[in-house]
Design a protein around this ligand. Structure first.
Ligand code: PMP
Length: 405
């Protein structure tokens, strides 16, 4: 049984009034709220175990190190990675992709090569590749999408050549909600010997991930979008790639030995974790994973799917409102526009009613350019959202849209 009341009770932030209305938090694609268990884990770390990891022989340092390494194993198990050494802790998706763009780019990209991404990528999965291509005089190619927000797989096939060195694709679009056919994309790319990176920022919290079943080469995600704190994220990569990639940043922990003449690098995963890691965040990420697993990611997926279906049909019936992105398979987020209104106006009016949605380009400016709009209003769901919150939001939207007709 999916006990929504007990789940909601675990999230203290939800139980407050905003402008004298019960908070309705529909901005989960930007960041999720944290359950008390995660908040307690952070407090516990700083009140009982805090000490820098990997370098101390005293008790607290060992405790702290064990908690950090336990979290790595939890992540490994959560995404079904073959080895915990393949789990690199980062700040989040942005840092993970910059790391790959830098290190994979150093090792494998040369002038004339090509990288393929899609035109619906978050800027985090676009700008680092642009920068790499500029540095290396390589070319960035884009898989187009249609007006429903569906990728053109034939165009993808046609854009592949012997120059293609990497494909990097968002699993679920943060602005359109499209669930991309990543298994098919990975299979096509692999049939040409091309590795694939998956941006899982909007999928890790909504659907089970098995990197071995997917057979992708890299999978990245952020803790803060899966009920864990900000400042912690993950890069998973196949050992065979990570071993061949040079370090991203230099500093403590990523070295084996340092002399004034020569530096040798540490083994995986430490080679990619320079400096003091966010070990408190990693531990709290492990607790967030426990929390998700306790509820069951499949149950969360089913619950959120019903929210998506319900909200879609209700929004479709609001005069003057149109949904942007109508892919047959969607998850997490619904973008829409209101005739005659700027998205920011919608966001402001909803805020006065206690409803938090996000408005703007959602860091996907090319998507907005494609639809020729300044931005969208976006509702995005988490495990604690309810049908009655959608009813309330749609009632408000019904009145709002009439104001602009
Ligand atoms: N990719 C996608 C699809 C996203 O939704 C986001 C966050 N909005 C990111 C990348 C970047 O994540 P972060 O800011 O946590 O690094």
């Amino acid at each position: 049984m999916y006990n929504i009341n007990s789940i909601r009770n675990d999230f203290p932030i939800l139980h407050q009034k905003i402008h004298n209305h019960d908070l309705v938090y529909f901005d989960n694609a930007a960041t999720t709220q944290k359950p008390q268990q995660v908040i307690d884990a952070i407090v516990h770390s700083y009140t009982k175990t805090n000490s820098n990891i990997h370098r101390g022989i005293h008790t607290l340092s060992q405790l702290s190190t064990n908690m950090y390494e336990k979290a790595r194993k939890q992540v490994q198990q959560f995404i079904h990675a073959p080895k915990s050494e393949e789990i690199i802790f980062t700040k989040g998706v942005t840092e993970s992709i910059n790391l790959i763009a830098h290190s994979f780019g150093e090792a494998f990209i040369k002038a004339g090569d090509e990288i393929i991404i899609s035109a619906m990528e978050h800027h985090s999965n676009m700008v680092p590749w642009h920068m790499l291509c500029e540095r290396k005089q390589a070319t960035l190619r884009f898989i187009p999408f249609n007006s429903d927000g569906v990728l053109d797989i034939e165009a993808f096939k046609n854009s592949i050549s012997e120059k293609t060195k990497l494909v990097s694709i968002v699993h679920i679009s943060n602005s359109l909600g499209t669930v991309n056919p990543i298994s098919e994309i990975i299979e096509i790319a692999h049939s040409h010997g091309i590795p694939v990176c998956i941006d899982g920022a909007q999928s890790i919290q909504h659907t089970p991930i098995d990197v071995q079943a997917l057979d992708c080469d890299f999978f990245v995600f952020s803790g803060h979008k899966m009920y864990a704190p900000t400042g912690i994220g993950v890069l998973w990569g196949k050992e065979s790639w990570l071993e061949k990639m040079p370090p991203y940043q230099g500093g403590g922990d990523m070295i084996e030995t340092v002399t004034l003449e020569k530096i040798t690098y540490n083994t995986l995963p430490f080679k990619f974790e320079a400096g003091t890691s966010n070990y408190v965040g990693a531990h709290a990420l492990g607790v967030a994973i426990d929390y998700i697993q306790h509820i069951g990611i499949q149950h969360i997926e089913t619950h959120e799917h019903s929210l998506m279906e319900y909200a879609t049909s209700k929004l479709q019936n609001i005069e003057g409102l149109s949904i942007i992105g109508n892919a047959p398979k969607k998850a997490g987020a619904i973008s829409f526009k209101v005739q005659g209104a700027h998205p920011a106006d919608i966001g402001q009016i909803l805020d006065k009613k206690g409803i938090a949605i996000r408005t703007g380009t959602h860091c996907t400016e090319p998507v907005m350019q494609f639809f020729n709009i300044p931005g969208t209003a976006r509702m995005s769901f988490g495990m604690y959202n309810t049908i009655s919150e959608i009813d309330y939001c749609c009632d408000v939207l019904n009145k709002v849209t009439r104001m602009f007709l």
